[in-house]
Design a protein around this ligand. Structure first.
Ligand code: HEM
Length: 503
């Protein structure tokens, strides 16, 4: 495609190397109206809108966000990779954004909390970004993943204990939103802060309700106390590692980065967990593939990272120079939305959007390039163990409403499942240090237990079972022992599985 002559930001010379030609009459970037750029924030069905934009404009489309501020949305998979992987042309420093410099974006613009520049890794670039990322990457790299899996399992037991006797629950509000917060409070170094209050505060901050400022102050208070404690008394947890790193982060930098980590991990992992559980509950084929061993839990999680990336869009990248992307002429100072949701269904990489993507990790749910998510393996671990251990504990869990009654709140940034009401056989509370088990006084469900070693022949034409640790060997397995006693591993494979999972 040849670059078009129009500009997203019109005639303003701000942030450009000189005067710009205005858009030609009828240009899609000229203003809203028939054939004009779509208002993303007004759309009630962004998926359909993105496909219409792809048909109309190709892989990069002009759009408007709140207050009719112009931006590009990058819809193509290859173009998205180019955007995030070319720091010489695009950065995340909003101070160069022309509409902001021109005063078109007011301080109270709804996107300012996402976009306003802050001295943090998510906005920094070059050497400053490397300094901040070095501390975060080192803190993540020191994670003992087997210990983390064990801890996630314990947290699952603790969270499920709160509702297992009732025989019903909302798996979004009572589970998917609690588990990541319980785990992240432990990972960061403040396990005692976990509770309903901090989950509500994080929810509040993300939704931007009128109490969001008070909730932010509550979360920041906890993180500042943690920073001060670790400065005085070093320990080997995430906060302690950030403080000890030679990058020399100030207390303010430490607590602000702990906030980014806590909130990014909470929101993204809660969304991912909810999306995977929803898929298991609404799609019998998906569930039976897991049940039968044709799909491992990590593969199921990866499939949902393709289909429902927890952040549908990231605010935002900005052009450092005049350039071309996906056939569009991009001006210096233009803003571009990095949008994993439409990029993951680009027909050039997924001609059949319903096809399984098992084994293919080239989705964009974690971004790419210098800002690629540093916590992706922590997020994956929470989601994988969160699905596996829940389904082992509540093997007969079923949706309590019709699939059509499940609703989402959709913003440009993410698609959030509102509720996931389920029922199951009421079960007694379980010692959280035990391995997950559904052995108790209720009959065993023969057709659904993904965590135990019970492979089934796959349907005709199914993919062969891969030699991965979560795939079960084709041997009959005796019943699990009662929950009060830890089950001794029965054979080498099961000992390996126990070692691999950490529980
Ligand atoms: C399923 C879970 C998660 C998803 C889908 C996810 C996704 C993302 C995405 C898309 C970005 C932006 C990449 C870009 O700007 O190009 C990001 C950045 C980031 N994420 Fe995650 N994330 C997840 C979990 C976590 C966890 C558990 C942590 C904590 C360790 C974390 C920490 C961060 C940080 C610090 C950044 C900013 C990195 C930078 O700008 O250099 N995320 N994440």
């Amino acid at each position: 495609m040849t670059p078009e002559s129009h500009s997203l930001t019109g005639d303003s010379p701000t942030g450009t190397d000189g005067p710009r030609p205005g858009p030609p009459p009828g240009c899609p970037a000229h203003g809203p109206g028939p054939g004009g750029p779509a208002r993303l924030h007004e759309s009630e069905d962004l998926r359909t809108l993105y496909e219409e934009l792809r048909d109309r404009h190709g892989p990069v489309a002009p759009v408007l966000v709140h207050d009719d501020v112009p931006m590009w949305v990058v819809l193509g998979h290859a173009e998205s990779r180019q955007l995030v992987r070319t720091p010489a042309q695009y950065c995340k420093d909003s101070r160069i954004w022309s509409p902001l410099r021109d005063g078109l974006v007011k301080p109270d613009h709804p996107l300012m909390p996402h976009i306003a520049w802050q001295p943090m890794c998510a906005h920094a670039e070059g050497d400053e970004h490397k300094r901040l990322r070095a501390a975060i990457d080192a803190a993540v790299a020191a994670t003992d993943f087997r210990g983390l899996r064990r801890h996630v399992n314990r947290s699952v037991q603790r969270v499920v204990n709160r509702f297992c006797e009732a025989g019903e629950a909302d798996l979004v509000g009572q589970y998917a939103e609690h588990l990541p917060m319980a785990v992240m409070c432990h990972v960061l170094g403040m396990p005692d802060e976990y509770g309903d209050r901090i989950v509500e505060a994080a929810r509040d901050m993300i939704r931007g309700t009128e109490t969001a400022i008070a909730s932010n102050a509550y979360v920041m208070g906890a993180l500042e106390r943690l920073t001060a404690r670790r400065r005085a008394e070093p320990m080997d947890d995430f906060a302690g590692r950030l403080i000890a790193h030679p990058a020399g982060l100030t207390d303010e930098e430490v607590s602000q980065h702990l906030r980014v980590v806590l909130i990014a991990a909470f929101e993204a992992t809660a969304n991912l967990l909810a999306h995977v559980l929803r898929q298991v509950l609404i799609d019998p084929r998906f569930r039976s593939q897991l049940n039968g061993g044709q799909m491992t839990v990590p593969q199921a999680v990866e499939q949902l990272l393709w289909d429902e990336p927890p952040f549908s869009t990231i605010f935002a990248y900005f052009a450092k120079q005049e350039t071309e992307l996906g056939g569009q002429r991009i001006r210096k100072g233009d803003g571009l939305l990095f949008a994993p949701a439409p990029a993951n269904v680009d027909p050039r990489v997924r001609p059949d959007p319903t096809a399984d993507m098992q084994g293919n990790r080239s989705h964009l749910a974690f971004g790419g390039g210098p800002h690629e998510c540093p916590g992706q393996d922590i997020g994956r671990t929470i989601a994988e163990v969160g699905v596996d251990a829940l389904l082992m504990r509540l093997p007969d869990v079923e949706l309590s409403v019709d699939e059509a009654e499940l609703s989402f709140t959709e913003s440009i940034a993410s698609r959030h499942l509102v509720e996931l009401p389920v029922h199951f056989t009421p079960r007694p509370q379980q010692d959280e240090t035990q391995r997950p088990s559904h052995e108790n006084d209720t009959p065993r469900q023969q057709d659904w237990h993904i965590g135990a070693a019970r492979p089934q022949p796959g349907p005709a034409g199914a993919a062969p079972v891969r030699p991965e640790p979560r795939v079960q060997p084709p041997v009959p397995v005796p019943p699990l022992p009662p929950v009060t006693e830890p089950a001794p591993p029965r054979n080498a494979w099961q000992r390996f599985l126990r070692w691999w999972r950490g529980y």
